[in-house]
Ligand binder design. Structure first.
Ligand code: NAD
Ligand code: DAU
Length: 351
């Protein structure tokens, strides 16, 4: 019997890189991509692998309990890699309930469906929950997030992800479900929806639009190239120990304003603009409510125990990312038409 992996959220940013990696690296596996194609899900992310014989796409909604149960019983995957989520902090501030429904209820629906489909044979199956470093809250006095850092989520988004992590562990403890969880830092790279800092600013620089820096731009994020995150997910899925948590990050902290200046420099070069021209677009705007000051991941456990390490320096990753967005203008136009315009006006209109 073929090894079948059900990947949720596989049409999104990180999910599409995970799907591509698994489809290409494991031709003997059957990879099922389950995604509801929200504003953030885009099958154009996967055109290069969509015709592969070991790939199947299912349009389905994780908030629909009976649909999840039906699909799990029908396809009986050996493992689930769960990435489907509402993922943007700003949207969680305006609409927390959507995050509770998708991230909490959706995850519990999948857990229930897995319990039913894998009843009696949990040890032959794996539920892999992909989570975020934001569950640990905000660092103020140095230090790093380790796997033992107590949860202290500060935004509706991180509270919903923390809740889903707790449910996964509770299903392991209560019902004996085999699981692994990973908590990763900020990702960047091709195919990220341009509501997030890096693709939004690339898009705005290209169009000579203001670059809305929240607060003083002093918040710190720890950036990892998305393809390195996908490689880490591969390693954790195959070699992670049952009921363990792995933090994923590249020891790559940047203050927002420093990162923005680097991005502006790269864009000036790529667009043939004079030095400093793009940085002239920087505009300080009202801060994000409850804005976490600093995230920083201690990734020693996954590096030492599973032998994973990031492949790319940030300066190179940023150049690759800029090149991808400049070469994929049609993709960008498609995702920024329609509903995105309304979101942009509502969110940035009166900041
Ligand atoms: P994304 O917003 O780009 O993609 C989310 C995907 O989930 C989309 O394809 C969307 O259509 C799908 N989805 C949403 N609701 C759904 C539903 N009800 N049913 C089925 N599919 C649904 O997100 P991303 O940035 O790729 O993040 C993926 C996962 O990784 C999330 O769980 C997120 O919390 C986590 N994560 C993200 C980052 C990051 O920096 N982006 C870092 C660490 C962890
Ligand atoms: O740490 C992992 C998390 O990283 C993931 O779990 C989330 O899904 C992902 O969205 C990301 O969250 P952030 O809030 O850190 O990412 P974002 O790109 O929205 O913002 C990065 C930083 O830039 C943050 O400090 C806020 C700031 N920012 C963001 C936007 C969109 C601005 O200054 N201006 C902006 O317009």
């Amino acid at each position: 019997m073929k090894h079948t992996v059900l990947i949720t959220g596989g049409a999104g940013f990180i999910g599409s890189h995970v799907v591509r990696l698994f489809v290409r690296k494991y031709p003997d596996y059957h990879i099922i991509n389950l995604d509801n194609l929200t504003y953030a899900g885009n099958l154009a992310n996967l055109t290069d692998i969509e015709a592969e014989p070991n790939y199947t796409f299912l349009k389905a909604d994780i908030t629909n309990a009976s649909q999840m149960e039906e699909l799990m019983l029908k396809h009986r995957p050996n493992g689930v890699i769960h990435l489907a989520a509402e993922s943007h902090v700003d949207r969680s501030i305006t609409n927390p309930m959507e995050f509770i429904m998708t991230n909490v209820v959706g995850t519990v629906n999948l857990l229930n469906a897995a319990r039913k489909a894998w009843s009696g044979v949990f040890d032959q199956h794996r539920f892999y929950h992909v989570s975020t470093d934001e569950v640990y809250g905000s660092l103020h006095d140095g230090g790093f997030f380790t796997e033992e850092t107590p949860y202290d989520p500060q935004s509706p988004y991180s509270a919903s992800k923390a809740s889903s992590d707790h449910f996964v562990r509770a299903y392991g403890n209560t019902y004996g479900l085999d699981y692994v969880i990973s908590n990763c830092s900020n990702n960047y790279g091709p195919n990220q929806f341009p509501e997030k800092l890096i693709p939004l600013f690339i898009h705005n620089i290209r169009q000579n639009k203001p670059l809305p820096v929240y607060g003083k731009g002093e918040n710190v994020r720890d950036w990892l190239y998305v393809i390195d995150h996908a490689a880490a997910i591969d390693v954790v899925y195959h070699n992670g120990k049952n009921r363990e948590t792995y933090n994923i990050g590249g020891f790559n902290e940047w203050k927002n304003i420093d990162l923005i200046h680097l991005l502006c420099q790269v864009m000036d070069q790529k667009l043939g603009r004079s030095k400093g021209e793009s940085a002239g677009l920087i505009t300080y705007v009202k801060d994000r409510a409850g804005h976490d000051l600093r995230y920083a991941i201690d990734a020693n456990k996954i590096m030492n125990e599973l032998g994973w390490k990031p492949s790319l320096q940030f300066e190179e990753g940023i150049v690759r990312t800029v090149d991808w967005y400049l070469q994929n203008e049609v993709w960008l136009q498609q995702v920024t038409s329609g509903a995105y315009q309304q979101y942009y006006e509502e969110h940035y209109g009166n900041r």
